[in-house]
Write a protein of this length. Structure first.
Length: 194
């Protein structure tokens, strides 16, 4: 198993300040990574411990009920509506917990991260502590730590975390996702963001 090293980057990112809304980059990365599924699926495949998911990773239907195998299929338009709802929830969680000003790109990355891992993970993370201490340069390295599912590190989660970290430091969301899947083949990969 690879040793996680401290990864820091220079935080010279420029861009618009975050206004509290869901940045387009957050939605773009989630749509690209999650993909669209009209019917419910177990996000852990046939292995135990999965979560029933639909659309672009929604785990709750339009009525607030957990997605299950009995959840009816949805259209892509419905999936986008549910995604906006879910992303707005993640944005509220980020706004509630982060105590320093964020750039739009930083917020986009944190909203995507929170959408995937949940507000509880954000609330207890060293990542949040580093942000709130205004040590934003430490954020990519902290994101890198969140690549485990049921105790096992996964390359797919490493790619997602790298894409989110790249967005945090100012890379375009589409470019970040393409690079993550093109340049990361093993758990030892963590390409420079430049």
């Amino acid at each position: 198993m690879a040793t996680v090293q401290k990864i820091t980057v220079s935080s010279k990112t420029q861009g618009p300040a975050w206004n509290g809304a869901v940045p387009a980059a957050a939605t773009a990365v989630v749509k690209r990574i999650e993909g669209f599924f009209s019917a419910p699926y177990d996000d852990n495949g046939a292995l135990p411990g999965g979560t029933w998911t639909i659309g672009y990773g929604s785990i709750v239907d339009a009525n607030g009920h957990p997605v299950s195998p009995a959840t009816p299929p949805i259209t892509e338009a419905e999936a986008e509506k549910w995604l906006r709802r879910d992303m707005e929830g993640a944005a509220r969680d980020v706004k509630l917990r982060v105590k320093v000003a964020l750039l739009e790109c930083e917020a986009a990355a944190l909203i995507s991260w929170t959408y995937n891992l949940g507000a509880g993970s954000l609330g207890k993370s060293t990542l949040l502590a580093r942000i709130n201490a205004n040590h934003k340069a430490d954020v990519p390295g902290e994101m890198r730590k969140w690549i485990h599912h049921e105790g096992k590190p996964l390359v797919g989660l490493l790619r997602r975390r790298w894409a989110e970290a790249a967005i945090f430091v100012g890379l375009d969301a589409t470019n970040a996702c393409v690079r993550a899947w093109k340049e990361i083949d093993s758990l030892n990969d963590w390409p420079p963001f430049a």
